[in-house]
Design a protein around this ligand. Structure first.
Ligand code: 5GP
Ligand code: ZN
Length: 134
């Protein structure tokens, strides 16, 4: 994929701080981290997002996601971590090459604190469940 920055990193043509790799995936530090050690894990092949890659792309990155999660928690002494993936611009996806974010967390670090959650009324949960169960 000619102009894809993550394909260029996988190919070794663009600079990145690689912290792990497998036959199917590469892990490297995010240049604008949400926390110390924020890492991206990408498949070596170009796949845009979860809907294009399906379960296959999850399988391809999964072993390296686990390995790097253990590295970040173990080596940096994190108390935990968040794992997320954005599919589509509406979800905030900026780079159209599938990637899993690994964000090390420390107690009371305030990262992701602005996410707003509201309890949903029982009727609304019921209606939503019905819509998804058809
Ligand atoms: P998205 O919003 O697509 O889920 O996440 C894209 C992530 O890629 C962002 O966290 C951003 O900081 C990171 N990023 C964008 N360009 C580069 C780059 O050239 N190198 C690295 N290492 N990270 C990048
Ligand atoms: Zn790519």
């Amino acid at each position: 994929m000619g102009s894809c920055i993550f394909c260029s990193i996988v190919a070794g043509e663009a600079e990145a701080f690689v912290v792990g790799s497998s036959a199917a995936a590469v892990a490297f530090l995010d240049i604008a981290p949400l926390s110390r050690g924020h890492t991206l894990v990408v498949p070596t092949r170009h796949v845009t997002d979860l809907l294009e890659g399906g379960a296959d792309v999850l399988h391809e990155v999964a072993p390296l996601v686990e390995e790097v999660a253990r590295l970040l928690v173990g080596r940096l002494g994190a108390d935990g971590l968040n794992l997320f993936q954005s599919t589509g611009e509406a979800a905030g996806q900026e780079v159209p090459h599938f990637h899993v974010h690994l964000v090390p967390r420390w107690r009371d670090d305030g990262v992701l604190r602005n996410l707003v959650r509201e309890p949903l009324a029982a009727d609304d949960l019921d209606a939503l469940h019905a819509e998804l169960s058809r």
